[in-house]
Design a protein around this ligand. Structure first.
Ligand SMILES: *Cc1c(COP(=O)(O)O)cnc(C)c1O
Length: 385
């Protein structure tokens, strides 16, 4: 009965669109076709070419400053972000467990161990109060650095994740981090265009990562970008991402271990064309979010997740949260609605519960465990509004 009424509310918003309706598809048109064709004609399709630099300058404009370095993926940007802020092999990196696996993978790529901390229900991001209580119990400060009393490892950084585009409580998290000598990094892979107190997300962290994967609000086909406040860090990131190739007109040397993490110019050309439409995408997504909000108003059993107070979300993925009464029929709900050609999706399994992260330290994760099964992501492509 209630499954049917949820299906009916979604159908109301998606009326007129052919089935199946994907969860999230890029909106591509003439601008994208022209930009990519121009890039191909120029011959600059690989790691050299003007569009990468143009993309970086455009990202700096969108974020009101800072420095951007385009990368091969959001995961690569996250890995670089952690290396840049000084995460060392043997460190721990705090992060919420309700996130894409890449957040935890990047910590392991940097030689660190993920350390999971609980979330708060309004943004689904890390909870500052619970973080503070957990750190007060588990961490001691040794010469300005946080050390996990149980494992003896340094707790170097916290990655704040802006889940589904909704800004996490970054300012409060940063305050807690500062008191414990922990560095704030932002996983802004899902939140391009989101604002917090009027400031673009990704500007508060010592380094932040964006993603231009095919299902994000703006796509490069695949790709990402690192954002950091200072030019020196950006130059180091660019160097590391270019296999740490030693600068020389013709000699091929490398001055340290680097990565092949640069974005090809072909991908940058697509991202630039897409960024030219960012305001249009944001407006469409807001319209779609308000249609879902209207459709679900007053319905028992599920409510839409609204942007947290003081923030403006890009509504990358629209979300409804199931109330207790619907949890027992959750699988049936996914089956039935997907069968109707509406490709809703649950949240990721908690990263902390994946077998290869089962050994990682963690706080109590009650809120994460309570919220994860409630999440239903609704079709959110910009073309749907
Ligand atoms: C997409 C995403 C990433 C990784 O981005 P890729 O470009 O796919 O490597 C990281 N974190 C979150 C939360 C994401 O959604």
């Amino acid at each position: 009965m209630t499954i049917d009424s949820i299906l009916e509310r979604i159908e109301r918003v998606l009326a007129g669109f052919p089935r199946p309706v994907a969860l999230h598809e890029p909106l591509l048109g003439e601008a994208e076709r022209e930009a990519v064709a121009r890039c191909v004609e120029s011959g600059w399709v690989s790691y050299l070419g003007p569009d990468v630099e143009r993309l970086e300058r455009r990202l700096e404009e969108i974020h009101g400053g800072g420095h951007a370095v385009a990368t091969a993926s959001g995961t690569a940007a996250l890995h670089l972000a952690l290396v840049l802020v000084g995460v060392q092999p043997g460190d721990e990196v705090l992060m919420p467990p309700l996130t894409f696996a890449a957040t935890a993978n990047a910590a392991v790529y940097a030689g660190a161990t993920p350390h999971f901390v609980d979330i708060e229900p309004r943004s689904l991001g890390a909870c500052p109060e619970r973080l503070e209580r957990h750190l007060a119990r588990t961490v001691e400060t040794v010469s300005g650095q946080a050390r996990n009393k149980a494992t003896g490892r340094r707790v170097a950084a916290l990655v704040a994740v802006h889940v589904f585009g909704h800004p996490a409580m970054t300012k409060e998290l940063e305050d807690v981090c500062r008191r414990f000598g922990i560095i704030l990094v932002e996983d802004a892979a899902e939140s391009l265009g989101s604002l917090q107190d009027g400031v673009p997300v990704g500007r508060r962290g010592a380094a932040s990562a964006l993603s231009f994967n095919g299902n994000k609000i703006v796509t490069a086909g695949g790709g990402g970008a690192l954002l950091c406040p200072d030019a020196k860090s950006a130059a180091l990131a660019r160097h590391l991402a270019t296999t740490a190739k030693a600068p020389h007109p013709w000699k091929l040397g490398h001055d340290r271990l680097g990565f092949n993490y640069r974005m090809p110019n072909l991908n940058a050309s697509l991202a630039l064309a897409q960024l030219g439409r960012l305001d249009e995408f944001l407006a469409r997504k807001r319209t779609l979010a308000s249609r879902y909000a209207e459709a679900f108003a007053g319905l028992e059993g599920a409510r839409v997740l609204a942007e947290p107070p003081g923030s403006r979300s890009n509504y990358w993925l629209n979300t409804i949260l199931l109330e207790d009464s619907l949890l027992p029929v959750r699988d049936e709900l996914f089956g039935k609605i997907r069968e109707a050609g509406i490709l809703i999706r649950p949240a990721w399994e908690l990263v902390s519960s994946l077998p290869h992260f089962a050994h990682c330290p963690r706080s109590g994760l009650e809120v994460s465990q309570d919220m994860q099964p409630r999440v239903v992501n609704l079709p959110s492509s910009a073309a749907l509004a």
